[in-house]
Design a protein around this ligand. Structure first.
Ligand code: SAH
Length: 252
């Protein structure tokens, strides 16, 4: 997959993606990354790419000509790229979006700054994506989130192929708890089942814990899921165990 990032701060993108999984993805060839600076397309000596808003008001607006020139250069280099503007007004980024994006051959991520983009730029992109209902000062952090989340889904990037499949949100469930050595620490032992070597039991326990964590922390996720009979039974058992614990705590 090829990703172009259109940004006034290319160093931010380079810096953040030179570590960990994105770095591995780039070194393995699964991901190639390039940045394009709208300033390189500015037609003035100062390389400015922003101007005051028509109609008045605070802040500056990113101008259409240099930004669209950068978008067109990205489209010319990768004709099948999907051009995505990072924006608080966009579709909310989630794991389903990352999975869809990871299947594309190429992405162009457009980062706004200042008060945002001239509306004529917004009309020229394929999609707007948001990190959530809050306002950042620029699109770079949002673009990095997309790149990081996509990089770990690209074939061959994660050492253990199944680890991405068991993560939170992949099956609309949160991930199960994880433990590593030491087996007992400050008086707390890891669940006995994880030391049993019984893989079927471990798999059942993990599924039950994932269902339980989702029920406790993000019940909204369960509303959209059709659970099969085994999952329903595991979740009922988890809920009963929680209720028993509450009763015991209240009696104590
Ligand atoms: N005035 C705009 C916000 C501009 S913030 C508005 O209220 O809609 C400047 C830039 O930061 C935006 O162009 C966008 O690229 C980025 N940005 C801010 N919040 C974001 C969010 N929640 N998700 C993705 N990008 C965001």
């Amino acid at each position: 997959m090829h990703i172009d990032v259109i940004t006034l701060f290319p160093e931010m993108i380079e810096q953040a993606l030179g570590h960990g999984i994105p770095r591995i993805a780039r070194h393995s060839g699964a991901l190639s990354l390039a940045t394009r600076n709208p300033r390189d397309h500015a037609d003035n000596a100062h390389r400015t790419v922003d101007d005051r808003p028509f109609g008045g008001g605070p802040g500056m607006v990113m101008q259409a000509p240099p930004v669209i020139a950068a978008v067109e250069a990205a489209r010319a280099a990768q004709p099948d790229t999907l051009v995505v503007a990072m924006s608080p007004q966009g579709e909310r980024l989630d794991q389903h979006w990352l999975q869809r994006l990871a299947e594309r051959p190429a992405l162009t991520l457009l980062c706004g700054r200042y008060e945002g983009l001239d509306e004529r730029i917004v009309r020229a992109v394929d999609l707007e994506l948001s990190l959530g209902d809050f306002v950042l000062s620029g699109g770079e952090l949002a673009a990095m989130a997309v790149i990081d989340g996509v990089a770990r889904l690209l074939p061959g990037v994660l050492g253990h192929q199944s680890s991405a499949r068991e993560d939170s949100f992949v099956e609309d469930l949160l991930d199960c708890p994880h433990y590593t050595r030491p087996a007992t620490w400050r008086g707390e032992s890891v669940p006995e089942v994880l030391l049993s070597g019984d893989h079927a039991r471990i798999a059942r326990w993990r599924l039950q814990q994932a269902l339980g964590a989702t029920w406790l922390k993000r019940p909204d996720l369960l509303e959209g899921v059709e659970l099969n009979a085994e999952s329903r039974a595991l979740l009922s058992e988890f809920i009963a165990q929680c209720q028993n614990k509450t009763v015991r705590n209240e009696e104590a």
